[in-house]
Design a protein around this ligand. Sequence first.
Ligand SMILES: Cc1ncc(COP(=O)(O)O)c(C=O)c1O
Length: 375
Amino acid sequence: MRYRRMPIEAESPEEYGYDRIAHNLSESSVPDAHLRDLKLDLQDVVLLYGEHRGLKALREQIAAMYPGIEPDDVLVTPGAAAALFILHTALLSSGDHLIVQHPNYSTNLETPRAIGCELTRWRLSYDQGFSSDPDWLDGQIRARTRLISMTTPHNPSGQVLNPQVFEEIVERSLMSQANLLVDETYRDICYVEQSPLAATMDPRVISVSSLSKAYGLPGIRIGWIICRNKELMETCLAAKEQILICNSVVDETIALQVLSQRETWLDRMRTRAVDHLDILRNWMHQQDWLEWIEPEGGVVAFPRFKAEYREMPDASARLDQFYTQLLNKYGTFVGPGHWFEMPASYFRIGYAWPSTESLKAGLAGIDAAAAEAWA
Ligand SMILES: Cc1ncc(COP(=O)(O)O)c(C=O)c1O
């Protein structure tokens, strides 16, 4: 493995310092929960090694959310990040080929690169509404294609795969030898119709998710893999045992207690996401500088500067000034395009994490910094 730090992590707000940011519009989750708000009972937790697949009661809770999924189809992991790492290392070897959506959450591209795989990028473009065309897959699948990897709701665009399109993608994937990995980390916040959980569709389809984004619990590091292929799940369990044996039993107990009040918890988070998306939409409707494809799920949007600004001969220097002033003068942090291997004229806005006041102040900061950069 050849590891390299990814800009999205090296430059993340937690690495930069939360105390240095006034308006944090760079997060991809609902607000982080406080332990005191969870009203937990942790006194009886025994600090032993947990069950290697994950606490049985937690796997039962997760499985019960999806028809046809059994607790043994679930492997609990420290976040979706570890789930992706386990899957990539279990399924891929150096020289293998995979097809992966681009842009994407960086780990989906970077771990296969670290393994030494050959990547074909499945490019999602603004001009096509960041949609995924199943026909494009024809002719891309090779004998050594081991994995087709996608994310829905998508990070950073917030687009959601339409159920019919998704079915076509599954069909085409199953005609090959490849597994289909679907990163569904944002699944629980969605504004349009979405497909059933991907892993329910076929044993060669794998779902990954976590409690980080829709539940606001990234600090307990609980995610999971769901797959109905017993052999693959056994390999993933072997990988998990070699990396960490088991999860933190404290994290698992917290996850179990939160999931047992899932609907109440999610209702609050969904209301927050919808209200803040309204604010963002109203702001976008009056935008001079930016254009966007409105998100259909998740908690992020990926606007870009309009052609008249991004295509100016000195646009690159103006964009540099924009990002510098946005942070230094207006205290506002967004996710710049390079976090997603995209041009600087794109950036990600996380609209659900900041307070309403901070979201509005951050958006005003974007207007002001753009006006100064293109003055
Ligand atoms: C699409 C996607 N998958 C996985 C992750 C990893 O999340 P976690 O490990 O906190 O569950 C992220 C984080 O930003 C993400 O956006």
